[in-house]
Every structure is written in structure tokens, then in C-alpha cells.
Design a protein around this ligand. Structure first.
Ligand code: SF4
Ligand code: SF4
Length: 365
């Protein structure tokens, strides 16, 4: 039976432009509600919200609850380490930011072809084992964004790993780009327990186009619950992470439902086909791209506006207004220098440069 985990990536902010402006009045309410409803698993990472996520773990959780009442997972940024000393330095900083003296789960963050080689060269896997023997972490793992072939290779070389964190949702399940089902099957073949990330695909599966909404009559099941249930029902899934940012979302997501029926699963498959045909850019809003952009283009915000424009062309005037507002305060899509640093960081494999050009052409500047 899987459990819902509270992902500290998209936290409520007082100022949307400032990722350090965590709204603790709301976050503390959410943490309390999550724990009151039986939640235990919290997930953060060194790079989430530029470090503010780990601080939020300390302020909202570790300083307010006994250490044995929650399970805490953190991640080592596999692309930032250059040697084993870096691993140790970052780890110690994470413990101090989170206000704890051990992590229940500690993972190499974001393994793909490039980051995996770096993690191997820097002794990342050995470091995890070292921490386990010191009692500073209880379980090891890695989050993964690449092909089932690479996953198979890593798990064959590192059978000592306890957990694999995979992006699984009903939209990506049979997608040729993400191959979520194949990755899931590889993890199971190696006997691993799975932690699911992005079960609602950054909110995409909660904000559905009108044609799809009819599949989820509100009095029976919400679109977000259906997406969570899809992931929660899969065997070998231990935790399903949800990046909730209001107490209402916590209440809704923590509700218990029976497993999806065959009929409901087939409705999700049809819904996925319609959503795919309606979503212009499959961006989840994770912001991994904008963090490395030398001209600081708020890429996910432009993609969100563009998706809205494609979904609701009849409301284009409202959306154009939002677009001009954004260009007044931030760099524009047309400021892109085509360095492609963002694309190397995008877990959704979006062709960001060309898409930004398309966005710029659509809005005329
Ligand atoms: S390619 Fe463009 S959007 Fe991407 S990081 Fe470079 S300048 Fe920024
Ligand atoms: S473009 Fe990619 S990296 Fe950037 S926010 Fe969207 S999904 Fe994340």
C-alpha cells in the first residue's frame, strides 16, 4: 500500500517572483494538516527554491515535530559535485539547513546519461554507502530522468540502491518520449521500491481541457485524485509525491479511494490522448531551466501563458495582457541567446529554444 508524500518543491510564496518568500502561515497549516491526516513522508532537495525548500523543512517541520514522527528524503545534486569532498560538504550543509542529524532517504538527484557519469566519477554511489554505514542515512536511492536502458545499466551496477524515484503519471505512462511504463518495469525487475514524482505532471492533470473534464464528475472523483490514484495503485510504489501548495489540496489528496476500476483506467487512457493533443508544451513548471539561463528568461511562465493561449484562443486578449506584463518585468523569449543550457536541464526534454521562438512569434514580440 503506497503513501502520499509531501513534495517541498512548489511551496506557497508571498511573492511569486521571490522563491525565498515562503508563506509560513500557510505552509505550517499544510504541514499540520498533512501530519494530522496520517502523512509522514516529506521530500526536498538541495536546489529546490534555491535552498529555501530545505530551510522550510527545518522551520515548518523539524523545529515543530519530533524527529521520529516524520520521514525525510533529501537529494544530492549529481550535476554540481566534482569530487567526494563536494559530496560531503553539500551533505553537511543539507543536514544543517534542514535542522536534522540524519535523512531517512538520501538520493542522487536527477540521474541522466551525463549526470550519471559525473556521479560515478565523483564517487557518488560510494558516498551513499558511506553515509549508510555512518547511520547518517537509512535508505539510498536516485531520481531518474532518462531511458529504461540506462536505468537497467545503473541498477545492474548498483544493486545496493534501495529506492528509485521515477516520473510516473497516466499521461507519460505510454509516451514514447518518457517511457514511464518501461522504466517502472525495469525498476520492478530489479526488485526496487519506487517513489513516484510528478503524478499530476506539475498540475497539468488537475487543470484539464473542457472535453476531458467530463471524465471526472466532481462529486465522484476529481481530476487530481484520479491522477494520484493511478500512481498509488501500482504495485511496488512506496511513496507518491505531490507538490501541494494549499491546505485544500492536502485535504483532497489525502482522501482515501478504492483502486481505479478497469472502466476508470480506460477513461484515463482516452483522457490522456485528448490532453496530449491539447497541450502545446508539456512543461511541468519545475524551473530547472530558468535557474541556469544566463539572461534569466522565466521560461516556465512563458510556456504556461502559451499553453493557456492554445487551450483558450477565445480568451486571447486576456492572455496577451499577461504576456506583455511579463515581458515588462523580465527578459523576453526573444532575448534567448540559444546557448541551450536550459535544454540540458529539462527533465521533460522540451525543445526550449524553438518553443521560445514560437511563443515570441505568436505574441508578436
Ligand atoms: S538557450 Fe536561451 S533560454 Fe535557454 S538558457 Fe540559453 S539563453 Fe536561456
Ligand atoms: S521547460 Fe523543462 S525544465 Fe523548464 S520548467 Fe518546463 S519542464 Fe521544467
Amino acid at each position: 500500500m503506497s503513501e502520499l508524500g509531501f513534495g517541498f518543491l512548489r511551496l506557497p510564496l508571498l511573492d511569486k517572483k521571490d522563491e525565498h518568500s515562503v508563506d509560513y502561515a500557510v505552509l505550517n497549516l499544510m504541514t499540520d494538516l498533512f501530519i494530522e491526516k496520517g502523512g509522514r513522508y516529506f521530500d526536498t532537495a538541495f536546489t529546490y527554491l534555491g535552498g529555501a525548500s530545505e530551510e522550510a523543512v527545518r522551520i515548518s517541520l523539524a523545529e515543530r515535530y519530533p524527529r521520529d514522527s516524520f520521514i525525510l528524503a533529501d537529494k544530492l545534486p549529481s550535476w554540481l559535485i566534482r569530487n567526494s569532498e563536494d559530496c560531503r560538504k553539500i551533505f553537511e550543509k543539507q543536514l544543517s539547513r534542514c535542522g536534522v542529524d540524519f535523512f531517512d532517504v538520501y538520493m542522487l538527484h536527477w540521474l541522466n546519461e551525463v549526470n550519471y557519469i559525473n556521479a560515478e566519477n565523483c564517487g557518488g554511489f560510494e558516498f551513499l554507502e558511506e553515509l549508510k554505514s555512518e547511520g547518517k542515512i537509512l535508505k539510498s536511492g536516485f531520481s531518474f530522468h532518462d531511458s529504461p536502458e540506462l536505468l537497467d545499466k545503473i541498477l545492474s551496477k548498483h544493486p545496493e540502491i534501495d529506492y528509485v524515484q521515477l516520473q510516473i503519471n497516466y499521461l507519460d505512462w505510454e509516451s514514447l518520449a518518457f517511457r514511464a511504463k518501461e522504466c517502472y518495469e525495469i525498476a520492478r525487475k530489479h526488485g526496487k521500491e519506487i517513489i513516484v514524482m510528478e503524478p499530476i505532471k506539475g498540475g497539468t492533470l488537475a487543470n484539464l481541457p473542457p472535453e476531458v473534464k467530463e471524465f471526472f464528475p466532481e462529486n465522484k472523483i476529481s481530476a487530481a485524485s484520479a491522477a494520484l490514484r493511478f500512481a498509488k495503485d501500482l504495485p511496488s510504489v512506496k511513496y507518491v509525491l505531490s507538490g501541494m501548495n494549499s491546505p485544500e489540496q492536502i485535504s483532497e489528496n489525502m482522501e482515501e479511494f478504492p483502486p481505479l476500476s478497469e472502466k476508470e483506467l480506460s477513461a484515463l487512457k482516452t483522457a490522456a490522448e485528448i490532453i496530449r493533443s491539447k497541450t502545446a508544451v508539456p512543461c511541468t513548471g519545475c524551473s530547472y531551466c530558468s535557474g541556469v539561463c544566463p539572461v534569466q528568461i522565466p521560461i516556465p511562465r512563458y510556456f504556461e501563458i502559451y499553453n493557456e493561449y492554445c487551450r483558450n484562443p477565445e480568451e486571447s486578449w486576456k492572455i496577451e495582457h499577461a504576456y506583455s506584463g511579463l515581458t515588462r518585468n523580465f527578459s523576453r523569449p526573444s532575448d534567448c541567446m540559444r546557448c541551450r543550457l536550459c535544454e540540458a536541464n529539462c527533465p521533460q526534454k522540451i525543445n526550449i529554444v524553438e518553443t521560445l521562438q514560437k511563443v515570441s512569434r505568436t505574441f508578436g514580440f
